[in-house]
Unconditional design. Sequence first.
Lengths: 556, 244
Amino acid sequence: MSTFRLTEEQLHTVNAVIQKSDNVLVHNCLTRTAQESKLFPILPYLDLVMIDTYYRYPDLLRKVAAVMSPEDLGHRVREVSTTFSRITSWSTLAYYLNGRALLIRNGLLRPEDNLEDLWFMVDFHQRLMRTYFRAGGNLWALDAGDISPVHEERTLQVFEADAYEADDELRTAAMRFAAAATQYNFLVHCESRSGLSSTGPYQLGGQLLLSTRDFLNMTECGLAWMDGIGQDIGYANLTMTVITDGVGMEITDWGTPYTTPEAYQDKVVGVGLYTSDVLTDRYLPVGMGSREELVAEFDRLTKAIHGATRQLYSRFSSMDATQMVEAGMATYLRAPVDLAMIAGVYDAADWDFVDDRTRRLWDLYNEEYAYDAYVDKFASLGGLRGGQSEYYLHPITYAVWRRSGMQGDLPQPGRSGEFVPADVLRSHDYSLRVNPGGLSDSRGTWSLPPKSGAITVAAGALSQDELNERARSLDTPLLQSPWRYIDEAAVKWRFDDPDADALYRYTQERSRLIAGRGASLKRADIDAARRAAGERPWSELAAARAAASVPEEVLS
Amino acid sequence: MTNPMANPKWTLPESSTLSRLTREALFRTVAANLEKLGPDATWADTVNGRTLDLLSADDGKRIAEEVFEQFQMIEGRKLFAGCEVALKERPDLYVLRSAAEVLEERLDWPEGVVGDGDNVFQAAADIEGEVLVVREVSEVDRLMRDGVPEGVIGVIDDAGGTMTAPILEEFEGVICLAGTVRSHLAIISREFGVPVLMGARLKRPLVNGERVRVSYTAAAQNVDAYFGDTVNPRAEVRTIDEAA
């Protein structure tokens, strides 16, 4: 029997995180009308899965935390691209908090209920996020002015050095791939962004920016409806590195890059391509042997994606409404699923169902009520609770009101989140865990065909047991001392430390231009390496572009 | 035991009749079920261990039916559905939200202009084309098989990135009657370089085969307009026949 009690310090941490999550949510929801799709029942699945995560995440993540610490996980997900990404790292906590708020609004929960779960979720999430984003130091893109740096210098140096200069042929091939992959990925994830992510932008000087674009779950993976889909693609996760010249870019907490100008394609000057997953501790180059090979690989992938899109579209078209809601819910529920895979404790039976406690609300969250509940919860901030008092000003909606010239009345005093009342510190009349008996308390059903295919990783198509076995036996030196404790801040002052040098060499091992160069490498050295390979440094390329764009009358 | 959430000091109104009716029915049901649990039951013990006694799956079904009846009496219509499969399975419950399309009630439409919208990106040229209205998944299926005819401007009412996914690249341009320049369709259109107007408002419905000219060279809508920044003028849709 747990004797957990929330301390005052924890209470204030929890409420501050609830408000921060609320700010991020409202900031991103402001730019959207309510989401609807002719193909997918988005609003029913969106509302219902929030509630489902409330019942399930604490024990799903306790199972992971029993094997790996949040810090271990944060180190792992920073080094590669997994489905625990910019957006899903936000949503892992946000979905849970939203489910909590929806249940409170439905009269099925009090804000003080299940405090041990709430503290576990906040603590686990914050520790993981602080490790994941240690390079940038901001846990939320919102706090960084909507940019999202993740990678450290040693990884970025490989990306910078190895990207190929984009002539028209490579640029066209890369952009066609990015478009097709983006579109297909929305389809894979039932119209959600769960499988798309970005990091950066990172500066290369002048107006040159480097960013990464992730396309995840592109073929057979843990998603049950992906069995037999996209096998020609060959990779579950693909990461494209993109270097632009003269493009402004923001990357939000939802992992979406927005550029200025909006049509940025002709300003792409360099690209690279990699794969990675829960069993890799570094990015693996894809088609990077030569510029010609990369063009061919982009073209091959685009063709395969087109085929997979049609295949998957037909599969979804044959599903009934219940299955489509369940599939949509699964894409959201699985936000932290790669943490279970990294920890080697993934069991599809833990994930692939809808909890009976959520299922009881199935008919209530019909197409229109789900839409209205979304508007109340995420957009107008109305409904049963709102803010704690009539004096409340939401920092995001109030800022918009001021910036737009104070048109009309102030925004109503609503908020999306629900604080924990401070009187939990003096009265302990509350429950501790939503599943007092642990993960087995969560039971439910699913009408989707069960997953039977493989899970694709760079090492091949694996069964669940094979995946778990390999994950448990993965012994990456990046998680061990001394490398674990060598970050950019350490290397800045101790780049001649032999351990730092060895760490950099490990990251550079598959680099085509800077393998074995070690920790003392600077941009000038990367420029020299590119020149030696007969390729222009990015700054020279930018200078040539600038010269070419100067009108002749100015030159004369 | 009474529901501890039933009597807040203050509250904000819900955004719709349906939300209010649903909340009232939920709270009535939870209150009645709490009564049945007897005076010795405590909330802390009930909220998890006996939560299906607070609200069962049967309760959920019954409330949904009751609320729908009340809603129809008050609003005089069926519920709106966003997705087709919901309507297909429950035509007794739903009409498509897009079928209730409201035309823009403006008296000052410039001559020849039949609509406007937020431009996703500034294209190199305006586009003239023949309107093809695509509102159903079955129509996308057909176009996937037969191909989209050349020179077509698609008119769609789905701002998502999936319904028109297999055929988007084949349009000369798109007029989308929903969404914003941050919607999924807008994200994809930028990637493909297919010009798109989002959140388009129409003076009258556009019909298959009519020719229009869309000013895709207009400035892209400012994505920060939603945060209170400058709102750029909307791009125009002109009918070529009427202008002539």
